[in-house]
Design a protein around this ligand. Structure first.
Ligand SMILES: NC(=O)c1ccc[n+]([C@@H]2O[C@H](COP(=O)([O-])OP(=O)(O)OC[C@H]3O[C@@H](n4cnc5c(N)ncnc54)[C@H](O)[C@@H]3O)[C@@H](O)[C@H]2O)c1
Length: 336
């Protein structure tokens, strides 16, 4: 049994609380929030769980082995750092921090102390993404040329971060996971209507040295609820539609055949094959994510979305922010 403490029980935190408490090998012993009303809400659901407004009191509980950080992004770095310094494993929501230097410090602390540091890149635990990754690795899609994603809805409009920081970490993490390459340059264009200086809609393009690319469209100002990822390979193409309740993944046996002989003009031929819908063992991604964190603690493993993965995603976000501020000019990533 792994004993947990959790900090931040606003909108998202209770979902993790429910999932961690639903695991046979975990229990959340103490919850912390600055807001007493938030504590009363979760306290009424779990009467045996302690609640506190004092984070130091949570860390002073020697039974707590790991801390779940589900507070707003600007607090991730100080709260995760304090937990790591006190010898705890840490699960921190996305994005890992606001600055790459801060995130790198968290990674170094976790590695020095042999603690698990995991970031809540939830989509990497989605069974459809797991299936897509298997298809990429087995070569079924052929060479993956590019992918594009849409994460659109009306709301939830945030005040302390723009739509890119709020929504794109999921798509960036999946793009890096599926393409398996280090990004070379990032360009982002934003549209700002609701609050000064906070783009509501962002078009982000990530380019890789190989010529592969990912295009990410996020918005909280859109009439449609869309959560879709399209992967275009040389052999097949795949569409993951997370809004579709039953047919999440469609594989299109479509492509463009190049001739083997050296000719010109109309020699490219289009191939239209079958469309298939693989059966996916659908389990709640959040439950799988929480289980993975506990497994990593128990077995001493490195999480799929570990701190280093958090840094990679943050590098893209940081570069995207600089590009947004430069009107969409591409920003080359250092060290790529
Ligand atoms: N993985 C996902 O799909 C997903 C979805 C939504 C939010 N999130 C992430 O979850 C985190 C929280 O988002 P939210 O929408 O729940 O925010 P929220 O504002 O609704 O809730 C945050 C809570 O943290 C508390 N808090 C703030 N500072 C604190 C501190 N120093 N100590 C203790 N408590 C503190 C607030 O009182 C509030 O109750 C963010 O990092 C966000 O990016 C992830």
């Amino acid at each position: 049994m792994v004993t947990l403490g959790q900090v931040g029980l606003g909108y998202w935190g209770p979902n993790l609380l429910r999932n961690f408490n639903g695991l046979a090998q975990a229990r959340v012993k103490v919850c912390c929030d600055l807001d007493e009303a938030a504590l009363r809400r979760v306290g009424s659901l779990y009467p045996n769980m302690a609640t506190t407004t004092d984070y130091d009191a949570l860390l002073a509980d020697t039974e707590v082995e790991a801390v779940i950080v589900t507070s707003p992004t600007p607090t991730h770095y100080p709260l995760a750092k304090a937990a790591l310094l006190s010898g705890r494993h840490v699960f921190v929501e996305k994005p890992i921090a606001l600055a790459v230097a801060e995130a790198e410090e968290l990674v170094a602390l976790a590695e020095e102390r042999g603690r698990v540091l995991m970031v809540g890149h939830l989509l990497m635990y989605h069974p459809a993404v797991t299936r897509l990754k298997q298809m990429v690795e087995s070569g079924e899609l052929g060479e993956v040329y590019y992918l594009y994603t849409s994460r659109l809805n009306l709301g939830q409009v945030r005040r302390n971060e723009n739509a890119m920081w709020s929504l794109a970490p999921h798509d960036i993490s999946v793009a890096l996971y599926l393409l398996g390459e280090k990004p070379e340059a990032v360009a982002a264009q934003g549209l700002t209507y609701l609050q000064p200086g906070i783009p509501d809609t962002v078009f982000l393009t990530v380019r890789f040295a190989s010529g592969h690319a990912a295009h990410i469209h996020v918005s909280w100002l859109d009439p449609h609820k869309v959560r879709r990822i399209t992967v275009v390979g040389s052999q097949k193409m795949a569409v993951f539609d997370d809004v579709d309740s039953t047919e999440k993944l469609r594989i299109y046996d479509k492509g463009v055949q190049r001739p083997t002989y050296d000719s010109y003009g109309d020699a490219l031929s289009l191939r239209f094959g079958d469309i298939s819908i693989p059966r996916i063992d659908m389990r709640e991604p959040l439950r799988l994510e929480c289980q993975h964190f506990i497994d990593c603690i128990v077995n001493g493993q490195r999480p799929l979305s570990d701190g280093r993965n958090g840094v990679q995603v943050l590098r893209v976000l940081e570069a995207g922010q600089r590009s947004l501020e430069q009107g969409g000019a591409p920003v080359v990533l250092e060290g790529s």
